[in-house]
Write a protein that binds this ligand. Structure first.
Ligand SMILES: Nc1ncnc2c1ncn2[C@@H]1O[C@H](COP(=O)(O)OP(=O)(O)OP(=O)(O)O)[C@@H](O)[C@H]1O
Length: 337
């Protein structure tokens, strides 16, 4: 019932609960010029719960099913089976309620391209129900917050990729929605813009208790900003925990990176011994070793005759990328910087 559901928006219960969600894109028959394509089960029995106020991440390589999942969460794509509850509302039965409950920033936003940044944001605020004066004020505030005021008069289509993405973030943030669903919001942005986005997202959580679902395949960003993360692979959740909890899965192994000036000095016995276990990428060797073995390896390459051949080295505790590999995920499509 509507009254009960409204109460649930402000009271306990998860921000978002998904159960047994399934979505298969149907097979395409071959047409002139385009080959046949088999059916793709992009969402294969996904269940997860996002708590209120959380910054919850969906991490996974290209094609893992992240966007398919969030497009169902936002009422844009109908699941074949399963349940989606957002703030007490059944979004499978009532997808039209999504617009009132959440703001969605998709991967591509061309609909607003002809508008100026200010008009795009202000129009979105009006569509979200703000009276004209409030919409103008909220627009000014969000443009200021994101450092976009100087670009307010420019049409989106005349902006750089990063600037346009930032303008789209502004449209997602205006007009206060309790749930923000952001699909790779910082793609193409410089560090200043990225920082402005994360500060603005944090402010909405701290001041308004907003919940954020963030799609990313940037493992560094995921580690630094997320409260919890679900790792997706081939339409399934293969792990879900805090970044720290996930990293504990791979024990206390240390990642050792060795960068050689030129060819690795294989005539040095310690280097030759490390060779078979090293993952090689050009001049870089990556090793996963126990803390003792890592100490011994670093001592060997920095203390003896191998040192002259060494350009750089680093030691690091496990990252989400290591977790991901340990879980059997694929690395292609995971961005590491
Ligand atoms: N409209 C569509 N029709 C057919 N297959 C699709 C469609 N959209 C996505 N797919 C397929 O579904 C799978 C999941 O795609 P999805 O876009 O959800 O992945 P993703 O994790 O968001 O990837 P990325 O990180 O590249 O954005 C992929 O195999 C993709 O090719």
């Amino acid at each position: 019932m509507e009254t009960g559901a409204r109460q649930d928006e402000t009271e306990g219960g998860p921000a978002c609960a998904v159960r047994d969600l399934v979505k298969t894109y149907p097979a395409q028959r071959a047409r002139r010029g385009t080959p046949a394509a088999p059916a793709v089960r992009a969402c294969d029995g996904v269940s997860l719960t996002v708590r209120r106020g959380e910054l919850f991440g969906l991490l996974g390589p290209n094609g893992a099913g992240k966007s398919t999942l969030v497009r169902q969460l936002t009422g844009l794509l109908r699941p074949d089976a399963g349940h989606i509850d957002v703030l007490g509302h059944d979004l499978v039965r009532h997808p039209e309620r999504a617009a009132r409950l959440l703001a969605y920033l998709g991967q591509e936003s061309t609909a607003l391209d002809e508008l100026t940044v200010r008009l795009a944001v202000e129009t979105t605020a009006r569509l979200r129900g703000l009276p004209a004066d409030d919409a103008r004020r909220a627009t000014g505030a969000v443009l200021e917050e994101l450092g976009l005021s100087v670009l307010g008069h420019r049409p989106l289509k005349r902006l750089s990729g990063g600037q346009r993405r930032l303008a789209c973030v502004a449209t997602a943030l205006v007009g206060e929605r309790p749930l923000l669903v952001l699909d790779e919001p910082t793609t193409g942005m410089d560090p200043v813009a990225r920082r402005a986005v994360w500060a603005a997202v944090d402010r909405r959580r701290a001041e308004r208790g907003a919940t954020v679902v963030l799609v990313t395949h940037n493992v560094i960003e995921a580690e630094s900003v997320l409260d919890r993360v679900a790792v997706l692979d081939r339409g399934r959740v293969i792990a879900c925990d805090t970044p720290g909890g996930l990293k504990a899965l791979v024990g206390d192994d240390v990642r050792v990176e060795l960068v050689w000036r030129d060819e690795p000095p294989l005539h040095v016995p310690e280097v030759a011994a490390l060779g078979p276990t090293a993952q090689r990428s050009g001049r870089r060797w990556t090793l996963r070793l126990s803390p003792d073995a890592a100490r011994a390896a670093v001592a060997a390459v920095t203390g003896g005759p191998a040192f002259a051949a060494l350009d750089d080295f680093s030691l690091a505790t496990p990252s989400l990328e290591d977790v991901y590999l340990a879980l059997g995920g694929r690395t292609e499509g995971l961005v590491k910087a």
